[in-house]
Design a protein around this ligand. Structure first.
Ligand code: GDP
Ligand code: MG
Length: 444
């Protein structure tokens, strides 16, 4: 993000006279940033041409620098969103009282076993009877790993220590769970360190016997330029209909995933954001692209807030944020606005801690917790609301008063303060990145 803005700014500052050179310089910066984020070379070049076309189209409209810059940024953002935004980006919808199979494929270490369990929990929370089948007979310890995950998540499981034919274990497991009227049967498979004919043959065989309603490919966010070829190969052997992108909590920005989506025309449905069962979020194209370009989620959140909220309130909040501040009062306004916005799940994913909360307890509970937040904030004095929250650390008796006043626990109050602190840190980060000439991406 910084890098893109930097390139755009420096190009604009000295090129009033030479529009084409300026555009080329801006595009060069953007291209470099995208390649560094592992976006596929052919895609970057197509993107570059699209943007150039758009710019030339509007050249006659004699735009000023700021307008040109905005157009470039918006075009990059939109084009990238288009690339990852597929139709049917919904997780498979199982039917009650009917058995459906979901099969996982992917290279070893990509996060299949972990994601299988996360998905099992996702369906279990929605009231389905879910079972896990370990069809990884290749790696020693694979069954034990799935078993441990499943026990922790309280999901019934099936596997074998002695059977060496993965298709056979898969078939047995699915048959057993079907007999017991399980509604979602998730089949975990083995991977290899790299693509091998053997692996693909195995996937075809398993697929043939378990007849999945949906096959999901798991992709590690750090895959990089290999994503295109790998996802094509998997698509041929096991026509997967969805992608889960793991390890988005790490350094990788997941640019490779864009190639996987583009090459296979298959949507990403979830992202993995950690090793824990609940580190699992619905995929949001905007949020993904924001991260890829280095724009914090916070900015896309405020863009959405601006569209629904009272202008003056937002203005004051934005001014604070630009100075790197985020008071409890800002937090309160934000909560109130968010509650008006719905659908909650889209918005909650953007607030630190909320995405996970949503996944753990579901939409209704989250909505309740948000109301609780507003009660707590309502019980604060103006002095407290206008503060950065440290006042509560200095005078802990305030915590007790607010808890009592709102009918919540001290722990609830502390949790809310913690979330506000997280937002404040993001605001500081956003303000810091706007120094040194780069003014951030307007409108995002
Ligand atoms: P598999 O070989 O494809 O079944 O991969 P595993 O599920 O065994 O995962 C490989 C490693 O990646 C394990 O150490 C997991 O804990 C870790 N892992 C999986 N998903 C994530 C994720 O979203 N974030 C992080 N940080 N680690 C993950
Ligand atoms: Mg595994």
């Amino acid at each position: 993000g910084k890098r893109i803005n930097g390139a755009v700014n420096s190009a604009l500052s000295n090129t009033q006279d030479d529009y084409a050179t300026a555009v080329d310089a801006m595009l060069k910066g953007i291209v470099t940033a995208l390649l560094e984020a592992d976006v596929n070379i052919a895609l970057v070049s197509r993107l570059r041409n699209n943007i150039k076309g758009k710019l030339l189209e509007s050249k006659g409209k004699s735009m000023n620098n700021a307008q040109t810059k905005k157009l470039i940024q918006k075009t990059v953002f939109d084009e990238l969103c288009n690339l990852v935004d597929c139709d049917n980006a919904e997780p498979f919808k199982p039917k009650k009282k009917k058995s459906s199979v979901v099969m996982f494929v992917g290279l070893q270490g990509s996060g299949k076993t972990t994601s299988c369990t996360k998905l099992a929990v996702y369906y279990a929370k929605r009231g389905f009877k879910v079972g896990l089948v370990c069809a990884d007979t290749f790696r020693a310890g694979a069954f034990d790993q799935l078993k441990q995950n499943a026990i922790k998540a309280r999901i019934p499981f099936y596997g074998s220590y002695t059977e060496t034919d993965p298709a056979k274990v898969a078939e047995e497991g699915v048959a057993k769970f079907k007999k017991e009227k399980f509604e979602v049967i998730i089949v975990d498979t083995s991977g290899r360190h790299r693509q091998e004919t053997e692996l693909f043959r195995e996937m075809v065989e398993i697929s043939k016997v378990v007849k999945p309603s949906q096959t999901i490919m798991v992709l590690d966010a750090s895959i990089g330029q290999a994503a295109e070829q790998q996802s094509k190969a998997f698509k041929e052997s096991s026509d997967f209909g969805a992608i889960i992108l793991t390890k988005m909590d790490g350094h990788a920005k997941g640019g490779g995933a864009i190639s996987a989506v583009a090459a296979t025309k298959t949507p990403i449905i979830f992202i993995g954001t950690g090793e824990h069962i609940h580190d699992f979020e619905s995929f949001s194209p905007k949020s993904f692209v924001s991260k890829l370009l280095g724009i914090g989620d916070i900015e896309s959140l405020f863009e959405q807030i601006q569209t629904v909220s009272n202008k003056e309130d937002t203005q004051a909040m934005m001014e604070n944020i630009q100075q790197g501040k985020f008071t409890l009062s800002d937090f309160k306004k934000q909560m109130q606005t968010i509650m008006k916005m719905g659908p909650l799940s889209n918005i909650a994913q953007m607030i630190p801690g909320m995405g996970n909360m949503m996944n753990q307890v579901g939409e209704e509970e989250t909505s309740k917790s948000m109301k609780k937040m507003v009660y707590v904030l309502d019980s604060m004095t103006k002095q407290e609301l206008d503060s950065d929250g440290r006042i509560f650390i200095d005078e802990p008796s305030r915590l007790v008063r607010v808890a009592r006043g709102s009918g919540c626990t001290v722990f609830d109050v502390e949790m809310i303060l913690m979330q506000q602190q997280m937002m404040a840190r993001m605001a500081q980060g956003a303000a810091a990145s706007k120094q040194g000439g780069a003014r951030g991406m307007p409108g995002m």
